[in-house]
Design a protein around this ligand. Structure first.
Ligand SMILES: [Mg+2]
Length: 176
């Protein structure tokens, strides 16, 4: 059960994800969360480091889109348009259809798409359910939607459980 909540990679922020590593790992498309991953919650400002990171991503031939659970179309559209990337709003993550919609926009598949987000219960769980490459980033700040704040408490419990109660990986002999 815990495996669904384990990201492939972790990074302190979006702009600290090493683009060269994504290229090495065969990633061609990125499904990126908006609130507290790209910008502070309900904020339209994209920081200069994040902008520069998107330029690097583009130069590496990796496509990107925003997939946000935020229901305000205008809010998601403004940020996505500033970066010149497509978007999905009101996305219902961790439902799989949210990620499938992102892959459709990107023209990528299960083996070459990465999900980037700040929440275990939406971004990481959803991406892992589809077998995608998942990257957990530290949330930009503490200000967020009340429902998200409750989720954060649950995340803390989950991380504690993963640390203390996760069983060792089962031994799986390979038969030749
Ligand atoms: Mg978020």
């Amino acid at each position: 059960m815990f495996d669904y909540f384990r990201p492939t990679l972790q990074a302190p922020s979006l702009d600290r994800i090493v683009v060269e590593q994504l290229v090495r790992d065969g990633i061609k498309g990125l499904i990126i969360d908006l609130d507290n991953t790209m910008t502070p919650w309900n904020d339209l400002e994209v920081g200069p480091k994040v902008r520069e990171w998107f330029i690097k991503v583009k130069a590496a031939g990796i496509a990107a889109c925003v997939v946000s659970n935020n229901k305000k179309r205008q809010r998601v559209a403004v940020v996505a348009e500033r970066l010149g990337i497509p978007f999905v709003f009101g996305a219902t993550k961790p439902r799989r259809r949210a990620f499938r919609a992102g892959m459709e926009l990107l023209g990528t598949g299960q083996e070459d798409t990465a999900v980037i987000g700040d929440q275990l219960f939406t971004d990481i769980l959803g991406g892992n359910r589809l077998g995608l490459y998942t990257i957990l980033v530290t949330p930009i700040n503490d200000r967020e939607f009340i429902g998200t704040r409750i989720m954060r408490r649950m995340e803390k419990v989950l991380v504690w459980l993963m640390k203390h109660c996760a069983p060792a990986k089962p031994f799986s002999p390979k038969i030749h």
